[in-house]
Design a protein around this ligand. Structure first.
Ligand code: ATP
Ligand code: PRP
Length: 229
């Protein structure tokens, strides 16, 4: 058995994660051809690299199928109820920063806060006969946040990508999505509510509380912890 490390299989998150481990003497690389999801580890013994979708890493950690994993705080909190019983954050990696926010059309000049949104939602329902729709892939986080903020009269609609486009496409009236530079929101004529910050996220190295570990795995984890400094 080896210590299994789950890392996002593509894009900036994968590249930055490889760089981060590389700076600590642990070389991670994709092997095989460009499209093959196989990986290799050098610079430390008894670790195997598992390349996975960032969104699936929380589930794999919770099931104990991987011992360590890199993914965003947003995905762990969204996908795992009682996340802190299943995983433990070992290190924030200082990249992949993104804010999960609630945004509405810039044209809604009277809506700047959650209170305003609640009032607009009630008026919307009365006028249209159906609930104001908020598009998101972060159902758990957004529902909890809106409940705490006193917003009641809305319906979540699922959007797994290009979420900011749903308003223009008239499949939602508002969105809850992550933003980094803010460019996508601006380009789609959306504005963030002044009290609409749900969560600040960044890429984080997590340890599974559920994975079985041999004595050798424990020694390897100790060595990784030592390299984290
Ligand atoms: N523009 C961005 N800037 C910084 N971080 C981002 C940005 N977009 C996404 N992230 C972060 O990257 C992580 C992965 O996001 P997401 O699930 O959207 O990835 P993906 O590329 O669609 O991956 P997959 O489809 O393979 O699961 C999340 O933790 C998210 O917060
Ligand atoms: O604030 P910005 O810097 O413009 O970044 C925000 C965008 O980045 C993410 O999308 P991604 O590129 O991951 O594509 P997606 O639409 O498939 O989620 C996110 O969903 C936003 O759309």
């Amino acid at each position: 058995m080896t210590l299994k490390l789950g890392v996002p299989s593509k894009g900036r998150l994968m590249e930055k994660t490889f760089e981060w481990f590389g700076a600590r003497g642990i070389t991670l690389q994709r092997t095989g051809n460009e499209r093959e999801y196989a990986g290799a580890v050098e610079g430390i013994d008894n670790v195997s690299l598992i390349l996975l979708s960032a969104g699936e890493i929380p589930r794999e950690l919770a099931a104990g199928r991987i011992h360590l994993g890199v993914t965003g705080t947003d995905l762990v909190r969204e996908k795992l109820a009682l996340w802190d019983q299943l995983v433990e954050p070992m290190e924030e990696l200082q990249f992949g920063h993104a804010d999960l926010i609630i945004a509405v059309p810039q044209a809604w000049v009277d809506v700047d806060t959650l209170d305003d949104l609640d009032a607009a939602a009630a008026a919307f329902r009365q006028h249209h006969g159906f609930r104001m729709r908020i598009a998101t892939k972060y159902h758990r986080l957004v529902r909890d946040f809106l409940r705490a903020g006193g917003v009641a009269d809305y319906a979540l609609v699922d959007s797994q990508g290009a979420t900011e486009g749903t308003v223009k496409n008239e499949t939602a009236e508002a969105v809850a999505d992550i933003t980094s530079s803010g460019e996508t929101l601006r380009a789609n004529h959306l504005k963030i509510l002044s009290d609409g910050l749900v969560l600040q996220s960044q890429a984080t190295l997590w340890r599974s509380r559920m994975a079985e570990m041999s004595d050798l795995d424990r020694k390897t984890l100790g060595e990784i912890n030592r390299r984290l400094g």
